[in-house]
Design a protein around this ligand. Sequence first.
Ligand code: DAH
Length: 341
Amino acid sequence: MENRIEEIKRDIALEIEQVSDSKALYELKTKYVLNKVGIIPALMKELGKASKEDRPRLGQIINALKDWATEVFAEKEKVIEEIERKARYEKEAVDITMPSKKAEVGTLHPVTLIKNELVSIFAGMGFRVVETREIEDDFHNFTALNTPAEHPARDKQDTFYVSDDFMLRTHTSPGQIRSLKSIEPPFKVLIPGRVYRADDDATHSPMFHQMEGLVIDKNITMCDLQGMLDVLVKRMFGENTQTRFRPSFFPFTEPSVEVDVSCFECGGKGCKLCKGTGWIEILGGGIVNKKVLENCGVDSSEWTGFAFGLGLDRIAMLKNGVNNIHILYDGDVRALKQFKD
Ligand code: DAH
């Protein structure tokens, strides 16, 4: 028996040397010390066969073997635990010098950026923003704006009719009518929004954006429009920007003008952007036609006004050097994310 015990000790010492992970160690421990299946507990069972005199002594040495083995395994367990912990830490280590993953942050649409810029400039001049409906009737979109019955704009080829009586608004000017009918003068409103026309090429999209302005007060003249526009264009395009008024015609304003700004790319010398003219057209406007005021029940002998309308998409394109309007609406994120605030 003593010999076997020595042998077992030697085997354990040899085999434990080979063990390098906790799984193998557990298997080895099972083989030698686990109750019922282990070699050492089996020795205990054999004790029953030994003679009465030998039994106490043998019992002692088997117990001593068991204690010794338990300790040897516990020590090895500690060593392996430490090695495995180190390995795990190394594997899970974070390299804080690695460049981080960039989170993609969305940007506002270029037209929204222009709209926000204009709204904040006009808000500083006392305008309030009003949003009116996109589906309009003939009265608000045309008739009340003094557009004659035979006017080509009413043509089915230009206007998207949704029924005999209703259409997608072709401009934001019907917002003037809705404001005149619902707000007590004097007032200043700004009406931004989507508008629709059956037009589609590099510089026209069937859906685009306008911003209408309407000021109603006493004794308004063209000078008021000019003074306000001067402030606007200097804030929008830079201090040195000049404005130029050209006579024009709109049914809802009399007199009517088209307004150009000195080219913000070349400063007026002439370049590709302004097609060599030094000027860029940015809006239409004029003195509100008396007929429009009367159509809305506003006394034209007491009240006067000016109105203007500008194309937000056009300004977004000009300011960003975009030559095709569809770039704004094709939804290609690679293009859109270049337009930052
Ligand atoms: N509604 C016009 C258009 O869509 C733009 C316009 C011109 C608006 C003159 C106005 C204005 O308020 O006074 O072409």
